[in-house]
Each structure stands twice: as C-alpha cells, then as structure tokens.
Design a protein around this ligand. Structure first.
Ligand SMILES: NC(=O)c1ccc[n+]([C@@H]2O[C@H](COP(=O)([O-])OP(=O)(O)OC[C@H]3O[C@@H](n4cnc5c(N)ncnc54)[C@H](OP(=O)(O)O)[C@@H]3O)[C@@H](O)[C@H]2O)c1
Length: 297
C-alpha cells in the first residue's frame, strides 16, 4: 500500500514510518520542513493549518495515518481545522482509509487537549471516508521528557493517586501498522501499556534509572483532568495491549526499537522533537499537550 503519514517527524511518527517501510509499504511522509526523499520514504511538504501541500500529499495514496497534532498551544489548530482540511483533500483524492491517532479517555474526559482530540475523532467519524481511530495511552518517551523537565526542581511533586498506563511508541506503531493493513473498521480502538502505575512509582523508577537524587514530595494534583485520571478514565482494559513496561523502557536489556532510521529520517527543525521546552510549568498531561521534547540524544 501507499500510505501518507502526517506527523511523521513526531514521537510516534518516528516509530511508525520505519514500521510501515519494514512491512513493505511505500510511505509518503508529511512535514512542514522540506526534506530529501530516500528509499521507500517520499517526503512531501505540507501544512495542515493552511492546507497548503495537502492535495499533492494525498494524491495516489491508499491510506492516511493522521498523527500530526499541535497541542494546546496550537489550540487544536492541527487537530480540528487541520483534520477538516485533510478530510476534504482525502475525499477529493478518493483515499480509502483514514486512521486518526487519539488519546485514551478523550471520550470520557474531553478536557483541554482531549477535547480537541474528541472533536477530531468526530470529524473523522463523519467524514464519509473509511476510518479507524486508534486511541493510545501516554507514551514512555513523552513521560520520560516530562519527568526530565521536572528534574530541575529540588523535589518532584508526585500524586500517588493519579494513575498512568505508559506505552511504548514502537508498540503503538505496530498496532497502527496492523490496523492500516486490516483496512477501515469504522470504530475506535484503544491501546494501552501492560500496567497501570501511580505517579510515585513512575517517578521513583525514573529517578533510579536516570541516576537522579531528588526527594518526592506527596501532593494532590488539582483540576478536572487529574480527577478523571485518578478515576481511571485515561486507562484502558482493551486487548491486545503493549508488553514493554515502564521499567523495561527505562532500563532495556537490549535495544528494543532501532532509532537509527528514525533519527536519520524524521527530526526536523520545526518538529516538537527539536524545540526546547518553552515553559515546563505549563505541563499537564493532556492539558499542555504540545508533547514537546528536547533534542534527540
Ligand atoms: N505523546 C503521547 O504520549 C500521546 C499519547 C496518546 C496519543 N497520542 C497521539 O499520537 C499522535 C502523535 O503524537 P506525538 O506525541 O508523536 O506528536 P509530536 O511528537 O508532538 O509531533 C507532532 C507532529 O505534528 C506535526 N505538525 C505539527 N503542526 C503541523 C502542521 N501545521 N502541519 C503539518 N504537520 C504538523 C509535526 O511535524 P513537522 O514539525 O515536521 O511539521 C510533528 O511531526 C497524536 O495524534 C497524539 O494525540 C500521543
């Protein structure tokens, strides 16, 4: 199949592009930065906010994996109007399958960023295209970056009652690749990590693995989103689920997913991957959402 991947330079895109190539697909990867095409990856320039480049990007593709997101700072500009523009272009090009990535809990707790994701899901569901929504729990890599942001503080504020189900992007990418191969389901599918753990366990494992010495300060995180997370609205029992635990991600016995291809093919100057953290205090999972990360090491 020929598959367009939006958000190809992002955290998940960096795992999905190589997974699709490995599965024998021809990949067209969209970015706001012009890049040279190589091998089975054809890079195309396009901007979901303006719609520029989208007709060319969708031309001749069988499926679109729509991963691009702008987060709260973008006020849903990519997630809502961008998704709308993508749908129009995909319809005109006769694309057979639009797979949207979203967040577990978007339907149960449409607050902040999750509200944008739920609206994007609605647009895709009503697009008239063949569609699938893949909702994932927070990525290991994203939590790692968030904890790294907090590590500058003298103590880590942790709320043990707020629970997480971290998942590896390699496994989310594998699930997305399988769904693309299967064709449109016309429904949403949830995918989470193998375990549900409290913020204290999450933070302590991270501190140990990163050789950071910081006390953990027990606090109660405020706000509706954390209340929903505490109540389990952002976790899922769905199967299959990921196998790689948070601890295994932090201290892998051997390299789990090769980052070589990803770093060669995906990092771009405009990608959140290469943006310095502007304001770590703004972070609330699903509330700040830019999913920014420091430069890849
Ligand atoms: N991060 C998590 O923990 C998590 C958890 C569950 C679900 N998800 C979902 O998984 C998906 C991928 O998330 P991620 O964390 O991998 O994203 P990310 O690392 O923040 O990457 C965002 C991507 O969006 C692209 N983008 C931003 N603005 C754009 C625009 N105007 N036009 C075209 N492309 C634009 C960027 O590409 P360029 O800069 O190259 O243009 C970049 O590749 C999203 O749908 C997200 O909601 C994420």
């Amino acid at each position: 199949m020929r598959i367009l991947v939006t958000g190809a330079t992002g955290t998940l895109g960096g795992a999905l592009v190589p997974a699709l190539v490995k599965a024998g697909h021809q990949v067209r990867a969209l970015s706001r930065t012009k890049r040279e095409s190589r091998g089975n990856v054809e890079w195309v320039w396009g901007d979901l906010c303006s719609g520029n480049g989208l007709p060319e990007a969708v031309r001749g593709v069988d499926a679109v994996a729509h991963l691009a997101t702008s987060g709260r700072r973008g006020r849903g500009a990519v997630d809502i109007p961008g998704t709308r523009l993508l749908i129009v272009a995909a319809r005109e090009a006769g694309v057979g399958h639009l797979l949207l990535t979203s967040v577990v809990g978007a339907d149960r707790a449409p607050i902040g960023y999750l509200r944008y994701k739920l609206e994007a899901e609605r647009l895709v569901g009503e697009s008239g295209l063949g569609w699938t929504v893949l909702r994932a729990t927070p990525f290991h890599q994203w939590l790692d970056r968030r904890l790294h942001d907090f590590a500058g503080l003298p103590a880590l504020p942790v709320d043990p009652t707020v629970i997480w189900q971290p998942v590896h992007t390699g496994e989310v990418a594998a699930r997305a690749a399988a769904l693309l191969a299967a064709g449109p389901l016309g429904t949403d599918v949830e995918f989470g990590g193998p375990e549900v753990i409290g913020t204290d366990e999450l933070a302590k494992a991270w501190l140990r693995a990163r050789n950071q010495r910081r006390p953990c300060l027990r606090v109660r995180y405020p706000g509706r989103l954390y209340a929903a997370q505490r109540a389990g609205d952002l976790t899922t029992d769905a199967t299959p689920k990921g196998k790689i635990t948070w601890q295994e991600y932090l201290t892998p016995p051997a390299p789990i997913v090769s980052d070589d291809f990803a770093s060669e093919h995906t990092a771009s100057p405009t990608s959140p991957a290469t943006q310095p953290e502007q304001d770590p205090d703004l972070h609330v999972y699903g509330g700040d959402e830019g999913y920014e990360r420091p430069t890849r090491g």
